[in-house]
Design a protein around this ligand. Sequence first.
Ligand code: HEC
Ligand code: HEC
Ligand code: HEC
Ligand code: HEC
Length: 242
Amino acid sequence: MKIFVSLIVQFILALCVSGVALAGPPAVFGTGIVGSVHDFSRASWNPEALSYKGEICNVCHAPHDGGRKTYKAGLLWNRQLSSSTYIMYDKSWSPGITHAQDSQPTGNSKLCLSCHDGSLAIDAFGSYPGTGWRMWDENTNKVIPRFKDAAGSLDMHGTHPISVTYAAPGGGTAKGFKPATNTWPGGLTIADTLQNGKVQCSTCHDVHDTPGEVVPGTQLLRAGLTAKQGGASALCLTCHDK
Ligand code: HEC
Ligand code: HEC
Ligand code: HEC
Ligand code: HEC
């Protein structure tokens, strides 16, 4: 027994010395949804994670609507949607915005914001009412950077414009932009990643961390930001013709 205990102590010490974090490995990006930042099947807040039997997709999508009506957001959505009002990055803030834009976030961006705006319990999905664990309380650094200002407003003035049309007003390639047929490093065109022609969160980020579509080492981005990630500001230069 004594030997057994000392072996366990030695094992734990070895783990610490070798730098293995007991809390779980750091996130690696571009390797698929299993084990990614959006794999909550083992999250401590997931009521289904008991004995590590939780599902991955179910936290966001359900194959059948349980009479809960969240499916109306599209994509078999299994979570409540935020009813927050956002201060948009729009032409009233920056006259340089000339493309048609929705007055509030729409489409896929609403799905991301059902967690990332910090207003809803993250453990509220399916029929679980949630216990109030919100990203803003517990995980401030993963809320959209500088999103909530001191007054508590959901302020998008510090976030790239979303729910905005890619093409020029009236269609075609806009001045200062690459054609929508231009491709991301993974092979999809810009147009493939727009939703109804609009730039949403999912245009720059791939929530599922799909191998080949997310550049490893980036925060779920479809193109890199640094030379090491495939080109300085490659993400921005995929769209902006600068
Ligand atoms: C953290 C939430 C989340 C999880 C977990 C998640 N998804 Fe999604 N999924 C989304 C969002 C948001 C979108 C819309 C944005 C987009 O299309 O990239 C989406 C879109 C989709 C789409 C339609 C567009 C496409 O990419 O083909 C499919 C299919 C899909 N998800 C399947 C799955 C499956 C299967 C799983 C589990 C292995 C899963 N998702 C896990 C959030 C999630
Ligand atoms: C998917 C294409 C796309 C990507 C990628 C992209 N942008 Fe944009 N960007 C747009 C669109 C569309 C607009 C809105 C243009 C308009 O309404 O005139 C915009 C607007 C902007 C604006 C606001 C301009 C103004 O007049 O207020 C800035 C600044 C900007 N982008 C910088 C960047 C930077 C920096 C990156 C990389 C981190 C980036 N963009 C990545 C498409 C993109
Ligand atoms: C179920 C709630 C949920 C939904 C829906 C969701 N996310 Fe997340 N996301 C999280 C959480 C929680 C983290 C932090 C995980 C961690 O730190 O381990 C995260 C992390 C991230 C990160 C940062 C990765 C890092 O660690 O640096 C990005 C980028 C991201 N999400 C983008 C998105 C986008 C874009 C969408 C929609 C297409 C989306 N998320 C939908 C909960 C969600
Ligand atoms: C124009 C491209 C673009 C769009 C659109 C975009 N992001 Fe990002 N996002 C980035 C880049 C680039 C980074 C990493 C650099 C940074 O933090 O500014 C990032 C970082 C993040 C992070 C990580 C923050 C952290 O502190 O680690 C989250 C979470 C995130 N985005 C969520 C979202 C959500 C939700 C939306 C939609 C409301 C969105 N993004 C729209 C380009 C974009």
